[in-house]
Design a protein. Structure first.
Ligand code: NOJ
Length: 518
């Protein structure tokens, strides 16, 4: 058995609850829909699930604008549904990570309603209110995400501006106020007491702010301030949150969304093992399908994280970005090779629901666009069955289906052993079998141009080699004595047979160098 904590050896599967499965016929996925499909997750072999927000919300940002942190939005079900989901998941050995959104609430949250009601309200200082700049206008030049406009909205009634790093409906909390810290710690306690295994912490690098709120440098305009905020105050706050998690039994964890596109900065949010357990590192997500660019990302991650004992994370798709199959040009062969890449690296991989089906983004006609941030395509509903309504309860889902739902659905792909779904399952099973894949060191090895190859080695002697051909050419690996059996091939060809030294276009292989044909 592994000595490492579960969050280092797990494969985490992100569910965007609105889009997973609707059981009550309102066109929006719900907690009961997730519970219904735990079988699928167990069969696939994931270890943990991260649920995007399901809390009470006016849905200006589809749940990332929360009006009650300790209540389930009626769209998704009830607290009893949540408890049942946790219990069923735990019975199957699947851990549950919930989203926690500490930087901002909804403008409908009672805290903000109170704060906005008057300058003397005791909750005024729970948010960031400032007078207009001398001469009028917003207090500084910060830019909001999604709108590209000022990160400040003027409140006529009280004559001040409030800060919102995202939509005006998402006012930023003032974490410099100890009452806010305590109230948000209480939210964590509420969910920890209900048995969650961890938190995915939304834009956590934003919670500490420079008390002077100075202008961003001209050269960074108009980058949203949310991509620039990097402050010592945040680290202090994270240590407090970490102490709270550590006071609970059972290895509770947090993975932080550090939306700073610089791995050196991201690394600092692990602290000295006293801040985040894991941090998302997005530069690889923004890296195109190119061997050299990926080599450099892998090297940067080892260079920045290994020396400080920080455990990496890898993610190719999520609810904020075009799906990687779409980004990489739409080819299923590449999506398959990318699965081998993601699941062969050193660190905790995060899958985004539907990538195991090779889903592409939906084409969303203008009259069905609902997200102010332009992210509808990757949030298309998951098709479960071949025939409409594809395993959903009947009503038209809130977004259009992704392409080819008649074949790109769970039932059809489960019946087809050659499907990408079965490839993901074989890869997850290979990770479970191999300590080298789960926890071993990583070293890059010689490979022809357009190809990346690396070795994973575990102290037990277990070893694996991975080869990903990013090019459109068939390549021959250098004669370095590499042999063994192909354990998984992205296109299924040659699995179980000795490695020939050849790798096909957009093909990726997982090789067990110590195995030999019997
Ligand atoms: C990051 C989340 O992933 C995104 O969906 C959300 O819109 C912003 N944070 C604001 O909460």
């Amino acid at each position: 058995m592994s000595e490492l904590p579960w969050w280092k050896t797990s494969v985490v599967y992100q569910i965007y609850p609105r889009s997973f499965c609707d059981t009550n016929g309102d066109g929006v996925g719900d907690l009961a829909g997730i519970r219904r499909h735990l079988d699928h997750l167990e069969w696939l072999g994931v270890d943990a699930v991260w649920l995007s927000p399901f809390y009470r919300s006016p849905m200006a940002d589809f749940g990332y604008d929360i009006s009650d942190y300790c209540e389930v939005d009626p769209l998704f079900g009830t607290l009893a549904d949540f408890d049942a989901l946790v219990e069923d998941a735990h019975d199957r050995g699947i851990r549950i990570i919930v989203d926690w959104v500490p930087n901002h609430t909804s403008d409908q949250h009672p805290w903000f309603v109170a704060s906005r009601s008057g300058r003397d309200n005791p909750k005024r200082d729970w948010y960031l209110w400032r007078d207009p700049a001398p001469g009028g206008g917003p207090p500084n030049n910060w830019v909001a995400a999604f709108t590209g406009g000022p990160a400040w909205t003027y409140d006529e009634a009280t004559g001040q501006y409030y800060l919102h790093s995202f939509l005006p409906e998402q006012p930023d909390l003032n974490w410099a106020n100890p009452e806010v810290v305590e109230a948000m710690h209480d939210v964590l306690r509420f969910w920890l007491d209900r048995g969650v295994d961890g938190f995915r912490v939304d834009v956590v690098h934003l919670i500490g702010k420079d008390p002077d709120l100075p202008d961003d440098p001209e050269e960074y305009l108009p980058i949203p301030h949310s991509g620039l905020n990097h402050r010592p105050e945040t680290h202090e706050l994270l240590r407090g949150i970490r102490r709270l998690l550590d006071s609970y039994p059972g290895d509770r964890m947090m993975v932080g969304e550090v939306y700073l596109l610089d791995t050196t900065m991201v690394a600092t949010y692990y602290g000295s093992g006293d801040e985040l357990h894991l941090a998302f590192n997005f530069p690889p997500l923004y890296t195109p399908w190119d061997a050299e660019r990926w080599r450099s990302q892998i090297e940067i991650v080892s260079r920045e994280l290994d020396p400080i004992g920080a455990w990496p994370t890898w993610v190719l798709s999520n609810h904020d970005n075009k799906r990687h199959r779409t980004r990489y040009g739409g080819s299923e062969a590449r999506a398959r090779a990318a699965a081998v890449l993601l699941l062969g690296l050193r660190g905790t991989p995060f899958l985004y629901a539907g990538e195991e089906l090779g889903l592409e983004d939906a084409v969303v006609p203008t009259d069905r666009v609902v997200d102010p941030g332009g992210r509808d395509g990757c949030r298309a509903p998951i098709p479960w069955e071949p025939a409409p309504p594809h395993g959903w309860a009947g009503a038209d889902p809130w977004l259009p289906w992704p392409p080819e739902p008649g074949t790109r659905n769970v039932v059809s792909q489960r019946e087809d052993p050659a499907s990408i779904l079965h490839l993901y399952r074989r890869l997850l099973a290979a990770r479970r079998r191999s300590p080298a894949l789960r926890e071993g060191d990583l070293s890059l090895i010689d490979a022809p141009p357009g190809v990346l190859a690396w070795r994973r080695v575990h102290q037990s002697g277990d070893e694996r080699v991975l080869i990903v051909n990013f090019s459109a050419d068939r390549v021959t690996m250098p004669r370095t004595g590499l042999s063994g059996l192909v354990e998984v091939a992205s296109d299924g060809s040659g699995e179980g047979a000795p490695f020939t030294g050849e790798v096909g276009p957009d093909q990726a292989l997982l090789i067990d160098p110590r195995a030999s044909a019997s």
